[in-house]
Design a protein around this ligand. Structure first.
Ligand SMILES: Nc1nc2c(ncn2[C@@H]2O[C@H](COP(=O)(O)OP(=O)(O)O)[C@@H](O)[C@H]2O)c(=O)[nH]1
Ligand SMILES: [Mg+2]
Length: 426
């Protein structure tokens, strides 16, 4: 090709010197060169087309490019969406910042509390009528009528206090202080004794910590273990408590840990259905710890707010019962290390001083956090509350003042003392 071009250059510069017919030859040469190029190009192209490896590679590259393009587009799309979301969040945050600048109470307000379905119309004083009218307070009231404060009266007060259900320790403490005040002439009349006893009752109740019973936990279910001897009122109290917690909006799970009596699990099952709680029931005679372990595990996995675990109340001795309950506690802790968050000892108020003895047995070894005192409606021995708190410093969380669903009430110190010391006509 080159010699042809070299020949063309001088001829193109001086065409008059070209030999005759040169133009024709040159034209033919150029055409030949062009055709040569075209043929070579066509052959190369057909080579490429026919090579299957090259074809597959080309296809693979095209495919890859398409995928890459798609990926880039998707990434770009999600980045753009994230950016829009971030901007929106920023706007909302700025708005709420502005709002909380203006009205801080909006930020501190929690979710609305669900209404309690229970009609709490019955005053606690109604459930304490027997204690007030027949118990030691009533006897003191009668004693003081029309009497002067003298040594003889103090002896009579001593007799009433020592035979009351407040326990010997608490009675002697009250009496010692009364005598000391009398000798210092600090008690003007019998009304001063009355006022002193009322103040002292409040002070005794204040000496125990706040029971903080059934406080909600944001981190997970609140697990409550219920203990006490047979017939104290555990299962019925669990039913009543569950109803209260369902009414406040909790998702409630019950654990039927009294597996020694077939009727006990059935009784709890009826309560669960009645109040709208779920229940974990073991087979008759199965290990109570295993049932309550299962209940605690289910509570954790099922997003429950409150778990109430029932337990058996009778073994051959109370010591054996406490041992069994200690095992229950340990096994529950295997499912949830910080559980149980509360251990409530249920005591039968009609037992009087015997209730104090039971509280000692359970309280010492189990780490009871509070006491539910039941059946106060049927007894004059309500003063036992003072003895329990004074001797054991375990707070009272709930009191039972009847058999109706709403008759298990949160214990209010003031309300209790007011109800106890209210005198006829006052
Ligand atoms: N009058 C009255 N009876 C109650 C009260 N609490 C429980 N009871 C009754 O005491 C009995 C024994 O209760 P239960 O829950 O089965 O005791 P548990 O063996 O400790 O589970 C049942 O007949 C209850 O209705 C209460 O506050 N007042
Ligand atoms: Mg029971």
């Amino acid at each position: 090709m080159f010699p042809t071009l070299l020949a063309i250059v001088p001829l193109a510069a001086r065409p008059e010197d070209a030999p005759p017919g040169a133009a024709l030859w040159i034209t033919l040469a150029v055409i030949a060169v062009v055709i040569g190029w075209a043929v070579r190009y066509a052959l190369k192209a057909s080579d490429r087309r026919l090579d299957p490896k090259a074809l597959a590679e080309a296809r693979r590259q095209a495919e890859q490019k398409k995928l890459d393009d798609e990926r880039v587009a998707a990434a770009e799309e999600s980045r753009a969406a994230a950016e829009v979301k971030r901007q929106e969040q920023e706007k909302v945050a700025k708005k709420s910042e502005k709002k909380s600048d203006k009205k801080p109470e909006v930020a501190t307000k929690g979710p609305p509390k669900p209404e309690l379905l229970l009609p709490s119309d019955r005053p606690i004083a109604d459930g304490l009528t027997k204690t007030r009218e027949e118990g030691f307070i009533a006897r003191l009231g009668k004693l003081f009528q029309g009497k002067q404060l003298d040594a003889a009266l103090l002896d009579q007060v001593e007799e009433v206090l020592f035979t009351a259900d407040i326990g010997v320790r608490t009675a002697s403490k009250l009496l010692d202080e009364l005598r000391a005040r009398a000798s210092r002439k600090e008690l003007a009349d019998v009304d001063a004794i009355w006022r002193y006893l009322e103040e002292e009752a409040i002070a005794i109740l204040d000496s125990a910590p706040d029971p903080r019973s059934f406080k909600r936990r944001a981190e997970g279910p609140h697990v409550v273990l219920i203990v006490g001897v047979n017939g104290a009122g555990k299962t019925t109290s669990i039913g009543k408590l569950a109803h209260r917690m369902v009414a406040r909006g909790d998702k409630v799970l019950l654990g039927a840990g009294d597996t020694f009596r077939a009727a006990a699990a059935e009784q709890l099952d009826i309560w669960a259905r009645r109040v709208g709680a779920d229940i974990v029931n073991g087979k008759d005679g199965s290990d109570p710890s295993a049932v309550l372990f299962e209940a605690t595990t289910k509570a954790l996995q099922g997003g429950y707010d409150t778990v109430i675990l029932d337990t058996a109340g009778r073994l051959h001795t109370n010591v054996a019962l406490v041992k069994e309950l200690e095992k229950v506690k340990r096994v529950v802790q295997k499912a949830m290390p910080d559980a149980p968050h509360e251990i409530i000892l249920v005591l039968d108020g009609t037992n009087g001083q015997n209730a104090i003895a039971q509280a000692k047995v359970f309280g010492d070894s189990l780490g009871v956090t509070s006491i539910a005192l039941t059946k106060l409606d049927g007894t004059a021995k309500g003063g036992v509350i003072l003895g329990i708190v004074d001797e054991l410093k375990i707070p009272i969380s709930w009191i039972g003042i009847g058999e109706r669903m709403e008759d298990l009430r949160p214990f209010d110190k003031r309300e209790f003392v007011d109800a106890l010391f209210r005198r006829k006509g006052s």
